[in-house]
Design a binder for this molecule. Structure first.
Ligand code: NAG
Ligand code: NAG
Ligand code: NAG
Length: 270
């Protein structure tokens, strides 16, 4: 399963189900942590359910394509202080899980200075069919993804790796207030959207602090809107169910540039 482990976030979940109690050394230096007992039992439940519905799922990285992927009944998770609803007429059309880093800068090594957000970079994975069929699994994904090293830049471009069908593009910033979602992949040319922040709300209490429970907390949930709605089919993007990504409280003892691991769901409306 080694090559799949490296190429697909979803396959990572599979391997975490199969080897649930084992600390599998990931490629590179970082080792992932086993999910908690609760998470592990949900993952096992999910695996049993999946194998019932798609018997060869473990061998078939395209398994999700064999299930109906109707998003009309999925329910958006809500933060304690909810974000505004999508605008009238917007339709939920794509859900991805992002895994990457939130970047921050510190102008000085000082407790008087607060880290300043400096963009983010993430690889996106197509979770549309997971959302439609296994909402409980979707809700675990950011938390589990945070325990794995982020994908290496070239890996998702190796199109021959079958699991890459699940790769769904990239998220990055062109300036400190402009997040980009490039959703163009071979299988699904879903377009590019340059967004701006419209609203934000704190992640729920108890959201993951960071990899292995170490870190400063989970970044807020956000509502983003297209900067220019004439150049993209996408109207709104919600960042939800965040895991990690918060900077330290101040810049004491911090480097001038920081990358804080995070994962989140992004719900895209057109
Ligand atoms: C964010 O949304 C909430 C809920 O709809 C609203 O009460 C609040 O005023 C909004 N904040 C901003 C900055 O627009
Ligand atoms: C990938 O995304 C597209 C668009 O949302 C969807 O139609 C397709 O079923 C998704 N595939 C998987 C495996 O989730
Ligand atoms: C964030 O850090 C990554 C890794 O060094 C880097 O590739 C990326 O350009 C940085 N992003 C921003 C917006 O500074």
């Amino acid at each position: 399963m080694g090559f799949i482990v490296r190429s697909s976030f979803l396959a990572l979940l599979f391997s975490s189900v199969v080897h649930v109690a084992v600390a599998v050394p990931a490629h590179g230096k970082i080792q992932r942590n086993s999910p908690s007992d609760d998470d592990a039992s949900i993952l096992r439940q999910w695996q049993r359910e999946l194998v019932k519905r798609v018997p060869n799922a473990a061998d078939d990285p395209n398994w999700a394509e064999h299930l109906p992927c109707d998003l009309s009944n999925v329910v958006m998770p809500q933060a304690p202080v909810p974000l505004p609803p999508p605008s009238p007429g917007s339709v939920l059309a794509h859900i991805v899980v992002g895994r990457g880093t939130q970047n921050y800068t510190c102008s000085e090594d000082s407790a008087e200075i607060i880290p300043v957000a400096n963009g983010a970079i993430a690889t996106l994975y197509n979770a549309t069919c997971v959302a439609a069929n296994f909402p409980e699994l979707l809700s675990l994904m950011p938390k589990v993804a945070l325990q794995f090293p982020p994908p290496e830049p070239d890996m998702e471009k190796e199109k021959r790796m079958p699991a890459n069908i699940l790769y769904s593009g990239h998220h990055y910033f062109t300036d400190s207030t402009t997040p980009i979602f490039d959703l163009n992949t071979e299988g699904y040319p879903l377009g590019v959207v340059a967004a701006k922040k419209l609203n934000g709300t704190d992640a729920p209490v108890g959201a993951p602090k960071g990899p292995a429970g170490m870190g400063a907390g989970s970044v807020p949930w956000l509502l983003l809107g297209a900067k220019d709605s004439t150049s993209t089919p996408w109207k709104e993007i919600y960042r939800l169910v965040t895991a990690g990504g918060m900077p330290p409280k101040n810049c004491a003892g911090q480097p001038s540039v920081m990358e804080v691991p995070y994962s989140a769901q992004y719900w895209l409306y057109r």
